[in-house]
Structures are given as C-alpha cells and as structure tokens.
Design a protein around this ligand. Structure first.
Ligand code: GDP
Length: 694
C-alpha cells in the first residue's frame, strides 16, 4: 500500500520547555487549530488532552512523552510530548532521541530558566534543530526582545526574530509577520481562529523593517547562491528567504523565533506554519546507524528493511502494554512478526495505532518516518530496537542517567505483597531510570530514581493504576562503590560436609575503569584450568558480589574483572562452588583495592533577592558544596554551585525560611564523586549496623 503522506510532508517534533512555560496549553492549542481537539481545555482545570495520567493533571505537570498526530496544511505533524521537570530527564532524553525537531518554549516574563537551559543542552547533544516560541506575551512584564537576547547570550543560540510583537502584556493583540510585513491580529471571540490581516501599525514600521533586514541577511548567509543574489540585488524573494532559513535551521546555525500567548489564543498558527517551513522531515534527518557497527545503516525509505526504536511504554487498562515506536526505515503491517534485536526475541505486532488527542486510529500499515503505537509485544523495554527478521540491526540505544535517590518500600498488607512486586516490575520496564532491588536478607524492596518527585509519582501510580497500598521509608542517597587500585589474588572455596564436597579455586584481577564505563568481565583462563562451563559461574559470582558492595552494601561500578587462573575438582566442583569462590574472591580483593564510596553531586541554582546573596552562598558552602558562579537576572541574584545530594534533603524548606519565602532553587544531577573519608566511615558503620554489609 502506498504511503498516504509523502515522507517530506512528515514532521516529528516535540515541545520542550521549563515547567509552567505553557507547554501543555500550547500543545492544546495546536490540537485545537489543527482541528483534532474541538474543545479548548485548560491545564489548570485538569482537562488537557495530552496528559495521560490522572496525577499529572492534578500536579499540572506532564510526565510522559506520548505522541499525538495532527495534520496541518496537508502535512502530518507528530507531537511528541516532553516533560519539563528535570526529575524526568530520561523522558526528555528518550523523546529527543526520536524526534527530528523541537520547539523550545519560553515564558515572556521568566525568559530562559535553569531547566530550559538543561533541556536546551540536551537537545544540542542530540543535534536537534529548533524553533523558539516566546509564550505568555499577555503577561505583565512580558518582553520578547529580552528573551531573544537571553537565548543568544545564555543559551548561545542564534535566534532570528520571525515576528515582531504588537503590544505587550494586556495590550498584546498579535504579531507582525516579518516575511510578508503584514500585521496578524488574533480575534478573541473566535479563540484566535479568525486572524485579521492588517497593515503594520505606523509606529512599528521602522522597527519591523530593521528586523526584517536582519532576518533576510541571516537567511542569505546560509547559502552561497542566495548570498550572491543578496549582495547583487539587496533583496531576496519569500521562497528564497524561507529556503535560506530552512537550511540554517536544519544545520542548527540559527533558530527562527516567534512569540504569542497560547492561553489567549494568539500567535500559535504562525508557529505551526514554521514547523512545516523550517523543521526537518525524516528525509532531512537521513540515515540511522547501528550501535555496534557504524557501517550498517538504515535509510528512511519504505522499501528498506524495517527498523524502529521503542521510546515509550504505557500500560493501558484495556489494551495492556502500549509501546510507542519511531520507525526509521521500511514498512510494517499489522500482524507482522518482528525481531526485538535488543533482547533477541521475536514478537508480533498485533495491533498498530496512530494516537490522536482524543481517539486512536487503527492502522493496517505504517511506514518509515511514522510514530505509532503497537500492541502485542509486552516484554519490550524502553530503548529496544525492532527490526525485520531477515535484516537484524540494533540501533543506537537511548542513554539514561543513573538513579540517585532510593527509598525502601513495603506492602501495607500481606495481600499487597505479590501485587507490589508485579507493579514495580511493570513500572521499571516503562521507565529505565526507575530501578527496583529486592534484598532477600532484609526482605526489603528498595526503589531508586532521579529525584524525590520522581519516586513520589511512582508511589502515587502504584496506588492509582495498580491499586497497591504501600508504605515508604525516608529517601536515601543512592551511593555507589568503586575501587582506585588494581589488585589480584586467588580464593579457594573448599568444603567437606559428608557426601559430596564443594571445591572451586579462582584467581581474579580487579581494575578501576573510567567513570561511567560500568562493568567489564574478561576471561583469560588458559589450558582449561577452569572448565568453560564454570566461567559463567565465576561471572555470576562477581556480579552477585557487586550487587551489594563490600564497603556499604551499595552497587559496585566502573570495575574490570579478569579471571586468569584457577583449578577444579572432577567430582566436587559445581556451578554453586564457583559462584561462591568468585564472590568471596571479589569481596576480599575489593577491600584491598583502596575502595571508595561515591555520592551523587547535584548542580544547584539558587535564586534569591540581593539581600540574601550571602545567606544563599553560605547555604551552599555549609552543605559541603562549592559555589561555581553568580548571575543577575531581573534584579534577582542567581547563585550556582555543586552540592552532594545527601546534603540537599529539606533544602526547599530551609531556603524558604532563610529568605522569608522569596528564594527558590532547582537542581540537576551532575556526576558521582568520592565521599570524604570521615563521612565514608560513618556510612559504612551505619550500614553494617543495619545488616546491609555481608
Ligand atoms: P507546562 O507546565 O509547560 O505544561 O505549562 P501549562 O501549559 O500547564 O501552563 C502553566 C500555567 O501557565 C497554566 O496556569 C496556564 O494557564 C498558564 N499559561 C499557559 N500559557 C499562557 C499564556 O500564554 N499566558 C498566560 N498568562 N498564562 C499562560
């Protein structure tokens, strides 16, 4: 079946923003103007169509990145929802991985806020072309030009103003389209559906001409032929300007910048037009590579072998697991059997859907460039690759940050026990930054995530979606353990307890690896001194020991383990004996390898009025932090620094008290660092007393 919409008319985009900048409202308006959502919903009334889960609406934040398809002027736009809260970085990363372009949304009063900076940086990492939208132009103090300046200075972007606001705050009525030099006035009675096309207000004429000249110049700079013509004639036609700007946007040399107010229904349609004019199609994005073989590629063509990436998993009461995939190449039909190449398992796409704001469209077939939901592959994890059976490929996976905070969780009753395990497992499959560990010795389940809010929401979902009642402990820092020296040695496990004995003898070498490298296991055993079938037992034993490290029972990271010697006994050796020998060997060597406990360190930004500067700086230093820089923004002082997460619990209260409610802060995980010696001693003692070190 031929594709209904040509590839060049497909746009897969996301809106990225600081929380509260108006992302949900803006998405709503996009659905409204493109005719798929007939009712204008307000997020504060909790009726936003993009927000899937009940508690998101209650909290007024968007957690999941569901994808919604809309059509605009014959183009198909998939709107991939990205969350604005940094506790959900994984959600942002996974959506950035599959979208082709993004709209960065800013508040016209707040401008570039700490979290918009973080998301901007992430989008640069994934080389995502962007448009900017300065929202909330109706608010008192709104200033388009200040925000444009901040995009340039704080974010290092190259914003090109595409519109000039007409009025600001209460007087904001619309924008001058600098391309056509016409004033677009958005009619309030029709929710902005009717747009009046008027002459430019006289007092803006000169300013708009200057702005337009700048826009044309930047467009010309993107292409030699255009530049030549521009030098010769001093002018470019509208298609030529658009061409230049499109080249510049897709190559990430510039960012077309718009303004409006989603809430008051002004300025949204020009943004939709811009998505079509300047955002890349899957064709512009081009080929995608295999993660382990850079020469193996897939082209965005319908007749290429099928490949797709699972980027989001939702559990639906009626349909079960819904997996959102981005198709990079090929064509897929309902009922087709595909390979989950990340897991090495076959699966069948029982149903295919395109998700719209208020209904699901069942599909028979989906093509390269499409973003669709599939049902029938319940074991899928976020980040898995699907491909055709005949042409296996594993696409570059999505990178996820490590969880930094843990809490103990227990079922409220015996009845909830089993349900809790199943529910946690399901949630962990959906969210790769949410990790569940069960400690059989203490019968404790520990859940770990990206922040307090992240875990709070998970516990909330347990109650709502899975009807599991659970109690949680206090949040604790997710420490890690690692080593600093290379050591090697042997361990012999030998027991004679009547009947068959136990015997295993292994020699291991433990070496530190660069931060983030994780665990590497190498087999250098020669001459079969340990039979091949026991090598995996050695690895199992090492992994078991690394699960709860010898210092404080925390996971061991960034270590290379080599098994290089050993011996066995024909009768008494067993898998169990080798597991045990390797575990003990690792443990004793690790303690000799100058081990270290690692803690998550957060990048913190505190915003306070000038009078509280000293107090804010002091509060960072008191918490074993270091101040990294200071800034001034709208008369507010910003203090930036790095502070260990363990010192940040309860910080929101203390900053409130310290500044009489006038200060605020935000934090993002930065990296793991070694804990100071004295604190490490305390941690180890506490953990030993609690029976966590074995
Ligand atoms: P999100 O957190 O980025 O999804 O932001 P929301 O869309 O939920 O908006 C946050 C708050 O800002 C809500 O109370 C909205 O009604 C309000 N809001 C959104 N857009 C505008 C706007 O253009 N002008 C004004 N004044 N308020 C807005």
């Amino acid at each position: 079946m031929p594709r209904p919409i040509p590839l060049e008319k497909i746009r897969n985009i996301g809106i990225m923003a600081h929380i509260d900048a108006g992302k949900t409202t803006c998405s709503e308006r996009i659905l409204f103007y493109s005719g798929k959502s007939y009712k204008i919903g307000e997020t504060h009334e909790g009726s936003a169509t993009m927000d899937y889960m009940a508690q998101e609406q209650e909290r007024g934040i968007t957690i999941s990145s569901a994808a919604t398809a809309v059509s605009w002027n014959g183009y198909q736009i998939s709107l991939i929802d990205t969350p604005g809260h940094v506790d959900f970085t994984a959600e942002v990363e996974r959506s950035l991985r599959v979208l082709d372009g993004a709209v960065a949304l800013f508040c016209a009063v707040g401008g570039v806020q700490p979290q918009s900076e973080q998301v901007w940086r992430q989008s640069e990492k994934y080389e995502v072309p962007k448009l900017c939208m300065v929202n909330k132009m109706d608010r008192v103090g709104a200033n388009f030009f200040t925000v444009v300046k901040e995009i340039r200075e704080t974010l290092n972007g190259n914003p090109v103003s595409m519109v000039c606001p007409i009025g600001a705050g209460e007087t904001f009525v619309g924008v001058v389209d600098l391309m056509t030099m016409r004033a677009l006035i958005f009619d309030e009675a029709s929710h902005g559906m009717t747009v009046l096309d008027e002459d430019i207000p006289a007092e803006l004429q000169e300013q708009c001409e200057e702005m337009r000249a700048e826009m044309v110049e930047k467009a010309a700079e993107q292409d030699e032929a255009l530049l030549e013509k521009y030098f010769e004639t001093g002018e470019l036609s509208i298609p030529e300007i658009k061409k230049g700007l499109r080249i510049g946007t897709i190559s990430r040399n510039l960012v077309p910048t718009y303004c409006g107010t989603a809430f008051k229904n002004k300025g949204v349609q020009p943004l939709l037009n811009a998505v079509i004019d300047y955002m890349p199609s899957p064709l512009d994005v081009g080929t995608i590579r295999s993660s382990d073989n850079p020469d193996m590629i897939r082209e965005p063509k319908d007749d290429a072998p099928f490949s797709a990436l699972a980027f989001k998993i939702l559990t639906d009461k009626h349909m079960g697991k819904i997996v959102f995939i981005r198709i990079y190449s090929g064509t897929i039909n309902v009922g087709d059997t595909v390979l989950n190449s990340s897991m090495g398992e076959k699966g069948r796409f029982g149903r295919l859907f395109r998700m719209h704001a208020n209904h699901q469209e069942a599909l028979e077939v989906a093509h390269a460039g499409d973003i669709v939901a599939v049902v029938g592959v319940p074991k899928t994890r976020t980040g898995d690759t699907f491909c055709s059976l005949e042409h296996p490929i594993v696409l570059e996976a999505i990178e996820f940050p490590a969880p930094v905070i843990s809490i103990a969780i227990r079922p409220s009753s015996r009845h909830d026990n089993e349900k809790l395990g199943l529910a946690l497992h399901a949630l962990a499959q959906e969210d790769p930054t949410f990790v569940v560990n069960y400690d059989p010795e203490t019968s404790e389940t520990i859940i770990s995530g990206m922040g307090e809010l992240h875990l709070e929401i998970i516990v909330d979902r347990l109650k709502r979606e899975f009807a599991v009642a659970a109690e949680v402990g206090r949040p604790e820092v997710a420490y890690r353990e690692t080593l600093r020296h290379t050591v090697e040695g042997a361990y012999k496990h030998s027991k004679q307890t009547g009947g068959r004995g136990q015997f295993a003898n292994v020699s291991l070498k433990l070496e530190p690896q660069d931060p983030g490298r994780g665990f590497t296991f190498v087999n250098e055993v020669k001459g079969g001194v340990i039979p091949v079938e026991y090598i995996s037992a050695v690895e199992k034993g090492v992994i078991k020991a690394m699960h709860a490290g010898p210092c404080g029972g925390y996971p061991v990271v960034d270590v290379k383990v080599t098994v290089f010697d050993g011996s066995y006994h024909e009768v008494d050796s067993s898998e169990f004996a080798f597991i045990e020998a390797a575990r003990q060997c690792f443990k004793s060597l690790f303690l000799k390898a100058n081990p270290q406990i690692l803690e998550p360190v957060m990048a913190v930004e505190v915003a306070v009025p000038e009078d509280y500067m000293g107090a804010a700086t002091g509060s960072i230093c008191q918490r074993r932090g270091r101040v990294d820089g200071m800034d001034d923004k709208y008369g507010t002082k910003l203090v930036r620094g790095f502070v260990p997460l363990g010192e940040m619990f309860g910080y929101s209260n203390s900053i409130r008290t310290m500044t009489q409610g006038r200060g605020s802060f935000s934090m993002v995980f930065e990296r793991y660092e070694g804990v100071p010696f004295e604190l490490a001693e305390q941690i180890m003692e506490k953990r030993k007393a609690a029976g966590k070190v074995r």
